[in-house]
Design a binder for this molecule. Sequence first.
Ligand code: NAP
Length: 288
Amino acid sequence: MTKRIFLIGHPVGHSVSPAFQQAALDHYAKDVRYEAMDVDALSLSQAVSSLRDPDVMGANVTVPHKQATVTLLDELTKEARLIGAVNTIENRDGVLIGHNTDAKGFLKALKEEAGFDPQGKTALVLGAGGAARAVVVALAGAGAKSLVVANRTLERAVALIDSLRSKLPSAEAVALHPDSLRPVAASSQLIVNCTSMGMSGGEGQGETPMTADLIPSEALVCDLVYNPRETPLMSEAAKAGARVLGGLPMLVYQGAAAFELWTGKEAPVKVMFEAAEKALMARQPVGS
Ligand code: NAP
């Protein structure tokens, strides 16, 4: 019997996950199909419930359902509970377990692609949505010395820090504005963009949360946005002489962690990178 794994989101047509997850499954010649399922908010509960079928191994969950899915599952890992969002569901004999592999994927990308260990480092996180929560939990867990969260809506950054206060005794929230970013950025060894600014096709397409004059040359600047491959923030960081890391490695590593949960097999990361890059190239207009 062909098994299935779903990607649940709305919209899902733009996602590169089906390309690299199917490549990984095919690498092991598994009779498993990874399929995108466009699900609106009204149908989410029913769609999640259908994952209990014996032929379904699990699912990935993406925008905008990562938070809402938390309440629809039988069990949650400690990390998913702390982040308050689920990006991976495992069907264990009809019991649905919610995981969040974004934090793990982020740390793995930092380590493998930039040789960066957050232990004892100062970090500035831009954004206060779901991705920022995963990154903040990851950095706190990895022993970052200080954390500042900057967001357009300041109250959301304050709420994020307050809800994780026990893990973040010395964290601070500031507005996403050059005047408040300047002093904080100057002493940051890691700057992570978790806003959707710069994302192709989105509201903030072509925009950057920081310009080169705010970025210290000694920092590592990591942009979670992976489309386009070189984001406006990455160009600004390069201008400032800083090191840059794009969002594709995190995407692949969070997917690799999910693959290992579903299959119990080591994720073929190289195959997944190649397939993800190919899928992204295919959707970028020539010249962009
Ligand atoms: P989300 O929960 O909707 O949060 C969006 C964040 O972006 C909020 O902080 C929002 O600020 C900010 N924002 C949006 N448009 C803005 C603008 N024009 N100016 C300033 N701030 C703006 O989304 P998310 O799930 O956290 O995802 C954020 C980004 O990370 C997306 O681009 C997503 O594709 C990317 N991501 C990448 C990976 C990966 O593996 N590479 C994983 C997860 C997410 P307000 O609070 O003020 O609205």
